[in-house]
Write a protein that binds this ligand. Structure first.
Ligand code: HEC
Length: 142
C-alpha cells in the first residue's frame, strides 16, 4: 500500500483536475496520438457499458474494487493493471469474462465489440506490473 501511495495521489490529482474541468470525468484519449474514430467510439462504449465493473483510466471509469472491504462480487479486474490483447478482450466480451460466471455476455457485438476491444487492447495495462494476464483457463463445464 505505502509503495503505491504516491501513484494513487497522482491519479486522484488527475481525476480531480478532470472533474474540475468538465463537471464529470471524461475520456482522456488525447493520451496517445493516432487514435482513430473506431478507438474513440470504443472508449465511449466502454464508458457507457463497462464502466460499472471495470476501472480503466483512459475511459475515466472506476468500477473495479479499490479496497478489499469495498469489493462486490461483480467488480471486474482493474484494466489499468492488466494488459489485454485484442483477442482476449473479444473473448471476454463474447464469453462474459474469462470464467463466464459474472460478466454479462455480448454487452457489445459486431463492430461495437471490435471497437471496444481495440480501445481496451490499446489502453489497458498502463499500470501493469506483469505485461499480460494469463490466457483464459479452459472451461470446466461448471
Ligand atoms: C456486471 C459487471 C461487468 C460488466 C458490465 C463488464 N464486466 Fe468485464 N468482467 C467482469 C468480471 C467480474 C470479470 C472477471 C471474472 C471473469 O473473468 O469471469 C471480468 C473480466 C473481464 C476481462 C478479462 C480481464 C482479465 O484479464 O481477467 C475483460 C477483458 C473484460 N472483462 C472486459 C469487459 C468489457 C470490454 C466490458 C464492456 C463491454 C465489460 N468487461 C463489462 C465484470 C463485468
Amino acid at each position: 500500500m505505502t509503495r503505491r501511495a504516491p501513484l494513487l495521489v497522482a491519479l486522484l490529482a488527475v481525476a480531480a483536475a478532470a472533474l474540475a474541468a468538465c463537471g464529470k470525468e471524461g475520456i482522456t484519449l488525447n493520451a496517445k496520438r493516432g487514435d482513430t474514430a473506431q478507438i474513440k467510439h470504443g472508449a465511449q462504449l466502454f464508458a457507457a457499458r463497462c464502466a460499472g465493473c471495470h476501472t480503466l483510466g483512459a475511459a475515466g471509469t472506476h468500477g473495479s474494487a479499490t479496497k478489499v472491504n469495498d469489493r462486490e462480487r461483480t467488480d471486474g479486474p482493474n484494466l489499468d493493471q492488466r494488459k489485454e490483447d485484442l483477442n482476449s478482450v473479444l473473448f471476454a466480451i463474447r464469453n462474459g469474462g474469462f470464467s463466464g460466471a459474472i460478466m454479462p455476455q455480448n454487452i457489445v457485438v459486431g463492430p461495437d465489440a471490435q471497437a471496444v476491444a481495440t480501445f481496451v487492447s490499446r489502453y489497458a495495462g498502463t499500470q501493469a506490473k506483469n505485461p499480460k494476464s494469463p490466457p483464459p483457463a479452459p472451461a470446466t463445464g461448471g
